[in-house]
Design a protein around this ligand. Structure first.
Ligand SMILES: C[S@@+](CC[C@H](N)C(=O)[O-])C[C@H]1O[C@@H](n2cnc3c(N)ncnc32)[C@H](O)[C@@H]1O
Length: 263
């Protein structure tokens, strides 16, 4: 029998996570596309978004949800820290014949020229910073909303962690993708690593990246406190992308938080 040799290759965050995972796998996956439409329908109905209103998709990734917001007639702007994903979002909009604007920016330090009616932080994109940076993101979101404007953010809540902790294997054309989650109990952060095992024995791993410290899992009292201290009112939490909005339960896969900036 031929002796199997293994070789480890570390790819960059852009190559491995952005290009391979978010664009090639998530972007080509029908179930993910269905979920993007479901998420947008939920945001549209639950928040009461109207055609022509200004929506900021913060941490927009490759623009999959932003596209459906634009198709419904919102004036969409997307911000993401990963330049490769912003390029893909622009291409994605062109391909689907919709208009919107995008920029590379950091949600911990962003500012806007003109305030928004709605700000959405989708795909559990809230919480990658330190506690202080996350609090600063909330203050910047507040400043970027019009009076009466609404925020919807998604995060990882700590009650349903068992949904995420097992190792997960995914089969794809390039080989077997392994996701190993790790939870830091002291800091209440969920992190993990990705590895792609190719049939020729090569193991591809991801390098330095902006999410390497994992995501802070806020409890409901913590996130409510953060939002109320900043000035938000009507803070509500829900746990699924079904309409009418479903209550958050300990086993819910999602933490969906909505809040209103007072007039
Ligand atoms: C889990 S993905 C979700 C992407 C998209 N919202 C979706 O649901 O498909 C998290 C996104 O947050 C972006 N991100 C991470 N840290 C960020 C930061 N500090 N500022 C802006 N974007 C950030 C990543 O580049 C990534 O696109």
């Amino acid at each position: 029998m031929k002796k199997q040799t293994f070789k480890r290759i570390e790819k960059t965050w852009d190559e491995f996570w952005a290009e391979f995972w978010r664009v090639r796998l998530v972007g080509g996956d029908e179930a993910s596309d269905f979920k993007s439409q479901q998420v947008v329908e939920y945001c549209w109905e639950a928040l009461g978004i109207k055609r022509g209103q200004r929506v900021l998709d913060l941490g927009c990734g490759a623009g999959y949800q932003a596209r459906y917001l634009a198709e419904r007639g919102a004036e969409v702007h997307g911000i993401d820290i990963t330049p490769v994903l912003i390029k893909h979002a622009q291409k994605h909009f062109k391909k689907h014949g919709v208009t919107g604007t995008f920029e590379v920016d950091d949600m911990r330090t962003f500012t806007v020229d003109k305030p928004f009616d709605y700000i959405l932080v989708l795909g559990m994109s809230f919480g990658f910073g330190t506690d202080e940076e996350n609090a600063e993101t909330i203050r910047r979101i507040y400043a970027a909303l019009k009076p009466g404007g609404k925020l919807l953010l998604t995060g990882q809540h700590p009650y349903g962690l068992s949904n995420h902790l097992g190792p997960e294997w995914l089969e794809c054309d390039e080989g077997l993708l392994l996701h190993r989650a790790e939870f830091d109990e002291e800091r209440c952060r969920l992190g993990g690593s990705w590895e792609l095992a190719c049939p020729d024995g090569t193991i591809i791993t991801e390098g330095e990246n902006p999410e390497k410290d994992g995501v802070r899992c806020y409890t409901v009292p913590e996130i409510r406190g953060l939002l109320m201290q900043t000035g938000f009112k009507k803070v509500e939490t829900h746990g699924a992308w079904y309409l009418p909005p479903q209550p958050l339960q300990w086993f819910s896969m999602e933490l969906i938080v909505t809040a209103v900036k007072p007039k």
